[in-house]
Design a protein around this ligand. Structure first.
Ligand SMILES: Nc1ncnc2c1ncn2[C@@H]1O[C@H](COP(=O)(O)OP(=O)(O)OP(=O)(O)O)[C@@H](O)[C@H]1O
Ligand SMILES: [Mg+2]
Length: 578
């Protein structure tokens, strides 16, 4: 049962055990509360019958005090099992989720967008939190205690009265249960439009500069407004749908008062039950139906949480990239062996790509935009797994190596550098977390960062704003190069690493890079001929296939794509704004 609960509500083992404890304590609390009504019943029937006898008083006092103590104890257990462990549990759940996200292949993030995942981590978890801490234990506790009370009344009092007052409970729950699918559908749709809106807002904030530059603000804003209206419409619709079912169930529940009064009246008139029994059932239904009404709402909410649980389960049960934690490579040659790849199932981005990037050599990937250069460099570090063929590092198939172990061999400088809202020092330290300040400053000097960092108000301790928003493109890229210097890994992947540097800086960084890449396996993606002129090998990727490969001289003689690109760029250098 524990395993089922774990799976159903995305709980840890401890969380599922706590949920069972909470259910039991809610049940006991409810029964104890009802037992107090039983004591009251005995007291009244004593008083109405033979009058209150003094020798019975201690029994009532002891009974009353025990009930109070029991209520205190069960409430305490309930508090521990629900509130306290829920917060522990939601902490555990979010950590498990984050741990899982860390191990998921990047292809997963390609399919899911950021706001979707943020929603899962924040609001889906919060929803499940409330469900497992309140709704579920309260629902189960209420059902079990009501069933126990119903069954005991069935035996000790009149069974017809029990039927007349209890029939509405299964009937109203059935009504909500029958609406489950319709509800889930509405919630799913509602989630969808909410996600579209949060995507839109995020996109708007990220691209505010481009929107302004293109005078597209108004157009974009009206699109956002439609999304907001959509969310409003669907939220109302979902609430309305829910309200129809919950209110109908509540009306069914209220019918119980009428049937209890009718049946009770008839049985009392024919002398089959006493006035006290009749009165007690009337008391019972008025006490029972109000909490049942809340329980019905909880039940409906629990049904809706299923959607959140499914979303969470999708992340938790997605295949992660695993592999050996020991590398068995011999050297650091990277060999692409008939590699094919597609981001999604339909279009192949790489087709039968074979080449070797040798250790100690610079292999330049060039070719027209969209040809697959960035994809090749991502695959080389197992950001994605290939669709066909193999990629070997020193003879070892990288698809069998744990990505984190594999990454230790790579230093990567991307086209788009990610910086964190921390000091320059900490941003460079990402390259190697145990590096000393001196080592960081050395790496920064090698990457030509020193000069601009010394102009910042706090030097290396200056905070650089969210994603380095206070730095220029070239500066950001130099920080990223400094990270690579610091990491000093045997393989270097550079994706247009020097693209946003001015000529002066580029020359300096190039000099530093040639120091860095000595004896290493270097794969560089470059558009500029100057960057690739010194390469040992050039691989021309066009439309996902290797169109040409060889030394620069060989390719120039071949007079193919590379020679043409070289010619175009030389012409381009003479280009100017007339
Ligand atoms: N995350 C992704 N999901 C789906 N398709 C992608 C993704 N990234 C790239 N592509 C597609 O794969 C193809 C190759 O892209 P890639 O980025 O490797 O080209 P590139 O040679 O690096 O281009 P550029 O010179 O413009 O940087 C393109 O058609 C691109 O649209
Ligand atoms: Mg690219």
């Amino acid at each position: 049962m524990i395993e089922k609960l774990q799976h159903k509500f995305a709980l840890s083992r401890e969380g599922a055990v706590d949920m069972v404890k909470a259910c039991i304590s809610v049940t006991v609390t409810n029964i104890v509360l009802m037992a107090s009504a039983g004591i009251l019943y005995l007291l009244i029937s004593d008083m109405l019958g033979e009058g209150l006898r003094t020798e019975r008083i201690p029994v009532y006092v002891i009974g009353g005090v025990s009930v109070l103590i029991l209520i205190y104890v069960t409430n305490f257990i309930q508090y521990n099992a629900t509130f306290l462990s829920t917060y522990k549990e939601s902490g555990v759940r979010r950590t498990v989720l984050a741990e899982r996200l860390r191990k998921l292949p990047l292809s997963f993030f390609g399919k899911k967008d950021l706001s979707d995942l943020t929603t899962t981590i924040m609001s889906d978890c919060a929803m499940i939190e409330t469900a497992s801490s309140h709704w579920i234990p309260e629902l189960i506790g209420a059902l079990i205690s009501t069933a126990i009370v119903g069954v005991s009344m069935f035996f000790f009092f009149d069974w017809r009265m029990v039927l007349a007052s209890f029939w509405v409970i299964p009937a109203s729950f059935l009504l909500i249960w029958l609406s489950a699918n319709a509800q889930k559908k509405a919630v799913r749709k509602n989630n969808g439009v909410k996600m579209e809106l949060s995507d839109g807002i995020q996109e708007c904030l990220e691209s505010v500069r481009d929107l302004r530059a293109n005078n597209a603000q108004d157009r974009y804003m009206s699109g956002l407004e439609t999304k907001i209206r959509n969310v409003e419409k669907h939220a109302l619709f979902t609430e309305l749908k829910l309200a129809v079912f919950v209110n109908s169930a509540a009306i069914v529940l209220k019918l119980g008062i009428a049937t209890t009064a009718l049946v009770g009246g008839a049985l009392f008139a024919s002398g089959e039950i006493t006035l006290l029994t009749f009165f007690m059932f009337l008391m019972l239904v008025s006490r029972l139906y109000d909490p049942m009404n809340i329980t019905l709402q909880n039940f409906a909410a629990i049904i809706a949480t299923d959607v959140q649980c499914e979303r969470l389960d999708e992340v938790l049960s997605h295949d992660i990239q695993t592999g050996a934690e020991q590398m068995t490579n011999d050297g650091y040659d990277i060999e692409f062996d008939h590699v094919s790849f597609s981001y999604s199932d339909d279009t192949a981005v790489l087709k039968d790509v074979s080449f070797t990037a040798k250790q100690g050599e610079v292999t330049a990937l060039i070719g027209p935009s969209g040809g697959g250069k960035t994809t090749v460099s991502r695959l080389a570090a197992r950001f994605w797994d290939v669709t066909g063929g193999t990629i070997k590092l020193g003879g070892m198939d990288i698809s069998g190596v744990d990505p984190e172990t594999l990454f230790s061999a790579y230093s990567i400088v991307f086209q788009d550098v990610t910086l964190f809202n921390q000091s320059v020092m900490e941003n460079i330290r990402i390259g190697r977390k145990d590096a000393t300040d001196e080592e960081i400053i050395n790496a920064a000097k090698l990457a030509n960062c020193d000069e601009f960092v010394s102009k910042l108000p706090d030097g290396y301790n200056t905070l650089i704003g969210e994603n380095g928003s206070e730095l220029s493109g070239g500066e950001r890229q130099r920080i990223s190069i400094a990270r690579a210097f610091l990491k000093d890994a045997p393989i270097i992947l550079l994706d247009e690493a020097t693209a946003s540097l001015d000529v002066d800086n580029e020359t300096k960084v190039q000099a530093a890079l040639s120091r860095l890449i000595k004896d290493k396996t270097v794969m560089v993606i470059a558009h500029r001929m100057r960057t690739v002129a010194g390469a040992d090998k050039i691989v021309v990727l066009s439309d996902g296939v290797v169109a040409e490969q060889g030394t620069p001289d060989e390719l120039l003689q071949k007079n193919g794509i590379f020679a043409q690109m070289a010619r175009l760029q030389t012409e381009g250098q003479n280009w100017s704004i007339a």
